[in-house]
Design a protein around this ligand. Structure first.
Ligand SMILES: Nc1ncnc2c1ncn2[C@@H]1O[C@H](COP(=O)(O)OP(=O)(O)OP(=O)(O)O)[C@@H](O)[C@H]1O
Length: 312
């Protein structure tokens, strides 16, 4: 059994409008990992997921599931993949439990009321099982979409913007659910705009921009490698402006003049901090407190997108 459960090779998509939504994407997804695909609006995330799930036809390239071409083994691929799409799609007059049970059978699995009950209980839907979908709240409907995707016990689950517009409670429930699924061996690929989601959940992160994967990295490595640190200096006396002698460190002054912020490369041999502190002393600027913090995945992401825009 190979390490990759999913291999994407040279995947391209040009829509009839002429938009190149994917420009030859290569990606390997490891068995059992949580992979977060990050990217700005229109980057190609939904297109990528939709192709793998058989909803959109690619213009070129292929997808292999356990080494098997997903189009030639379409039935098997469909059984193994679950998708929670961005848009809610469901028959609004059906009772919840029928919709979810039907999803299981649609993907060629034998009926299993016990398993359906388990899924509904886990998603706090059991009490609502007889309610028709039309009468459920937006958050409940989203839970139903997840239940539908899980009903046939897929071993690869795609979540397209799973927590866009959901409340804090549902977001927390979903994160817990994703963790539990991973513990049971499910491979999870999620797209998100929320960096904190990737930071919290993912083992690896891919960044896609304008149809190109510009980076794939272990999350912890990514944060270590690209992470910059920020030094905050709480000044003893507020400053009206930054003295010209500090210009070479390019510090920022808070609006009230009480805090000086300096961003530095935590991995660099010379961080610039000792010389900055000396220059401050020479300028007669005293500070009463200082702290540093690691820049977040968000800082890294913004930096990357900015960089790729500048290079284009
Ligand atoms: N059916 C379609 N026909 C034509 N162009 C499309 C179609 N679907 C998507 N696109 C275009 O393809 C590009 C990629 O869109 P896609 O929806 O994959 O991006 P995304 O990263 O999922 O964006 P978002 O975060 O906004 O959901 C965009 O330029 C989009 O306008």
């Amino acid at each position: 059994m190979s390490e990759s459960i999913l291999s994407i090779r040279g995947l391209r998509k040009q829509y009839a409008s002429g938009t190149d939504a994917l420009k030859s994407v290569d990606l390997d997804i490891k068995r059992g990992e949580i992979f977060a695909l990050l990217g700005p609006n229109g980057a190609g995330k939904t297109t990528l997921i939709s192709i793998i799930c058989g909803i959109v036809t690619p213009s070129g390239g292929e997808v292999l599931i356990d080494g098997k071409n997903w189009q030639r083994h379409f039935r098997e691929a469909r059984t193994r993949i679950g998708l929670v799409p961005q848009e809610l799609t469901m028959d609004v007059f059906e009772p919840l439990i029928s919709t979810v049970s039907f999803s299981r059978e649609l993907f060629g699995r034998r009926p299993d009321p016990k398993r359906i009950e388990e899924i509904l209980r886990e998603l706090s839907l059991w009490d609502k099982r007889k309610t028709i979908l039309k009468e459920l709240s937006g958050g409940m409907k989203r839970r139903v979409m997840i239940a539908k995707a899980l009903a046939h016990d897929p071993d690869i689950l795609f979540l397209d913007e799973p927590t866009a517009g959901v409340d804090v409670e549902l977001r927390r429930d979903m994160w817990n659910m994703v963790r539990r699924l991973r513990e049971h061996g499910t491979t999870i690929i999620l797209t998100t705009h929320y960096i904190e989601e990737a930071e919290e959940m993912a083992d690896r992160v891919g960044v896609i921009n304008k149809g190109e994967l510009i980076l794939v990295e272990e999350k912890t490595e990514l944060m270590k490698k690209l992470g910059r640190k920020v030094l905050h200096l709480q000044l003893a006396e507020p400053l009206a402006a930054i003295p010209p002698t500090l210009a070479e460190w390019n510090p920022r002054l808070s609006e009230d003049g009480s805090t000086l912020t300096y961003e530095f490369d935590a991995k660099a041999e010379r961080t610039g901090i000792p010389s900055l502190l000396t220059a401050m002393r020479d300028a007669g600027i005293a500070f009463k407190d200082l702290d540093t913090h690691q820049s977040s995945l968000e800082d890294i992401f913004v930096g990357l997108i900015h960089h790729s825009k500048a290079a284009a």
